[in-house]
Design a protein around this ligand. Structure first.
Ligand code: NAD
Length: 304
């Protein structure tokens, strides 16, 4: 039976740290940090994320600024918005909600954010600082996962860590952060051969692929720490019956509601083998916003 790594509870603790720090700034006569979120178009998932971010800002006392732009926004209009936020002295963090509608080029846009305000940690300067193991703004999800693993006392030094997924927002920075903590790290991806054998070597397994229930219980080394970053909506009953064989509640929800959220790991199967595991939902999801507000506070304090 695995220990549950409660991301929701840890995110609450991180948000409380942010709230008291903001309160202390205000008591000292300083202004509250400010996070600007730019949302282009009407992607429903992105709208939910932005709503949750605004709610977390309110909870911690961080000032929130939203810029909603239409789906048809041109690259030059979006850049003008970003340049204006770069110049604004009272804006500390700028987050451009991804994915951007086509044909906008996310990489080109992110490169124009002032690196000191790049709270998503995606600007090449911040990526370079992470690469060098220096202080900078780091991608929120892996940064908050590391924060939680440390809080739970997970030993990383000398351990074998396998990261499934090589995205710039999760997989690659996660691998660099585990390396920084002296783990021996392997990054796997869609072209990796024999994923099950590789996973079985992992003392720490991080799944960030967006593949519902791909990781089976039999792939997990007994006692391993399993971090499931994947967030997937399953609607097909056939798939659900396969991946939720040991997760009857998920299967019930799928049958009753027509869809259910799950991670990349078959939770019910993994729970029996792993030493510790994050659930989905309630695991990594809530940590990301907490990480974002931590970064906003860090950016504000660094800007002075
Ligand atoms: P992405 O699509 O950018 O990258 C997916 C990665 O997984 C790629 O590197 C790909 O090579 C790898 N991959 C895909 N299929 C694979 C397979 N069959 N075997 C091995 N590797 C495979 O995704 P992302 O943005 O990194 O997100 C990954 C997942 O994490 C998604 O489900 C996303 O919703 C979720 N996510 C969650 C949070 C959170 O807050 N919990 C934050 C970011 C992303």
């Amino acid at each position: 039976m695995a220990q549950i790594l409660d991301g929701k509870a840890h995110a609450d603790r991180m948000l409380e740290v942010v709230r008291t720090s903001v309160e202390a700034r205000i008591s000292a006569g300083l202004r509250a940090p400010c996070l600007a979120v730019v949302l282009v178009g009407e992607n429903p998932a992105s709208q939910v994320y932005v709503k949750n971010k605004v709610a977390a800002c309110i909870r911690t006392g961080i000032r929130s600024l939203e810029r909603f732009l239409p789906e048809t926004t041109s690259s030059s209009t979006l850049l003008a918005t970003i340049l204006q936020l770069n110049e604004a002295p009272d804006v500390d963090g700028i987050l451009v909600q991804l994915p951007l509608p086509k044909p906008l080029d996310a990489k080109a846009i992110v490169q124009r954010i002032d690196p000191a305000k790049d709270v998503d940690g995606l600007h090449p300067l911040n990526q370079g600082l992470l690469f060098q193991g220096q202080k900078g703004l780091r991608p929120c999800t892996p940064n908050a996962v590391m924060n939680m693993l440390k809080a739970y006392g997970v030993v990383m030094q000398g351990k074998r860590a396998v990261v499934l997924g090589r995205s710039e927002i999760v997989g690659k920075p996660m691998a660099l952060m585990l390396l920084e903590e002296q783990a021996t790290v392997t990054i796997a991806h869609s072209r990796t051969l024999d994923l099950p054998a590789l996973c079985r070597e992992a003392d720490i397994l991080v799944a960030a692929m967006g593949q519902p229930g791909l990781v089976e219980g039999s792939w997990i080394k007994p006692g391993a720490v399993v971090v499931d970053v994947g967030i997937n909506r399953v609607e097909k009953l056939g798939l659900g019956e396969r991946i939720f064989a040991k997760d009857p509640k998920k299967l019930e929800t799928l049958k009753a509601k027509g869809s259910v959220l799950c991670g990349d790991v078959r939770y019910g199967e993994a729970f029996e083998v792993a030493g510790a595991i994050t659930p989905v939902p309630g695991g990594v999801g809530p940590l990301t916003i907490a990480g974002l507000l931590m970064n906003t506070l860090q950016a504000c304090e660094a800007r002075g």
